[in-house]
Design a protein around this ligand. Structure first.
Ligand code: ACO
Length: 335
């Protein structure tokens, strides 16, 4: 008889949202926009924003401390810290290294993972393989972004869409394979790079006085092209991972999609045939926190007691790259 497959399961979650809240009405004061336009096109009502020098590593550490308030985690036992982010504190050293030091996690290694809005999903799959291999016992997977650091506050087409926040999950082994991350389907397609990017500050265009004057250190996007690709990409991959795991709408307890725009969420949910109560949506309150949205959604679902052991949960994301993916979880015993 073959021995059971060791899986990785989420045993604890944590989150952090900066104290400062910016409503649509406040954006009306500085941008040619309206609360009504933002709500009807995106579903967003408000977003949180870092202030007073707060960084992505600060938000990450606060989310991990929130997890540790609920779950006994000895920092010396953390094996690996994976931080999905496109707004690291600095290009290097990694945000993971800064977080390691702030936590005092003396036996950990780790790294940043750049996959934009799919950063948490790619990190979750990577952390899962680390646990499944038997090499590691405790892996923190973070999705954290301070999007306000890369948004042009005078560009109404992007400034309304994003917010700042961080979420984290702790992955540990489930030796009998009865719960945890069951399947993943992840993709990248670099031809999407023309539609959503930040050109300045890398090796292609190091920062200069001219590049800063042109605003090349800000995110740029073709909103319509991204919207079209996101609707199709997220709906297709959600349907594909559900189908290959034999999951029909009635077997899915909760769909936790990336939170960019309520219309993208609705299109994916409709494709899966899900009712509103099977779909987590918090885009109204947090806006698009890029890598943060899915772990924040998981954390909200746990706090609201929406999940029981044995529930089928689907995650799905789409973002810059293009990057996209879906993950199927058999829910476990999570705090
Ligand atoms: N307030 C008022 N008017 C605006 C605003 C604003 N904030 N922004 C754009 N407009 C105007 C445009 O200038 C345009 O005017 P025009 O017709 O006179 O040229 C008009 O509104 C319509 O613009 P569209 O871009 O066609 O508006 P659309 O309905 O496509 O909505 C949006 C724009 C919300 C950005 C949408 O395209 C979208 O959500 N795209 C996805 C982008 C996204 O989510 N990116 C995040 C990262 S990737 C991800 O997470 C999936």
């Amino acid at each position: 008889m073959s021995s059971p497959r060791r899986t990785a399961t989420i045993t604890a979650v944590g989150k952090y949202l900066p104290e400062k809240v910016v409503t649509n009405a406040e954006l009306e004061e500085s941008l040619d926009t309206t609360d009504e336009w933002i709500r009807s096109r995106t579903g967003i009502h408000q977003r949180h924003m870092v202030s007073n020098g707060e960084t992505t590593s600060d938000m990450t550490v606060a989310a991990i401390r929130n997890l540790m308030e609920k779950y006994p985690l000895d920092v010396d036992k953390i094996d690996c810290i994976i931080v999905g982010t496109v707004t690291p504190d600095m290009l290097f050293p990694s945000t993971a290294a800064i977080v390691q030091q702030k936590l005092g996690a003396s036996n950990a290694w780790g790294f940043d993972l750049s996959a934009a809005c799919s950063g948490f999903l790619f990190g979750l799959d990577t952390g899962t393989r680390f646990i499944e291999s038997g090499r590691y016992e405790k892996v923190l997977v973070v999705g954290a972004d301070a999007m306000s650091a890369v948004i042009d506050p005078s560009d109404r087409s992007t400034a309304i869409l994003f917010g700042d926040g961080a979420g984290v999950v702790l992955l540990e082994p489930c030796e009998d394979g009865s719960e945890g991350i069951m399947d993943s389907l992840l993709r990248i397609d670099g031809s999407g790079g023309d539609y959503l990017y930040m050109i300045g500050g890398g090796s292609r265009q190091p920062a200069t006085a001219e590049s800063v004057a042109k605003g090349d250190h800000f995110l740029r996007q073709d909103g319509r092209a991204v919207y079209k690709a996101a609707v199709k990409g997220m709906a297709d991959i959600s349907a594909a991972i559900a189908q290959r795991n034999g999951l029909k709408a009635e077997n899915i307890r909760l769909f936790i999609p990336h939170q960019a725009n309520q219309r993208i969420i609705d299109a994916s949910a409709e494709r899966l045939g899900l009712a509103a109560e099977q779909v987590l949506s918090n885009v109204a309150m947090y806006a698009n926190t890029t890598a943060g949205t899915i772990p924040l959604g998981i954390c909200d679902a746990v706090e609201d007691k929406l999940l029981q052991p044995g529930d089928n949960v689907l995650l799905a994301a789409f973002g810059a790259g293009f990057t996209w993916g879906g993950i199927y979880i058999k829910w476990g015993h999570t705090v």
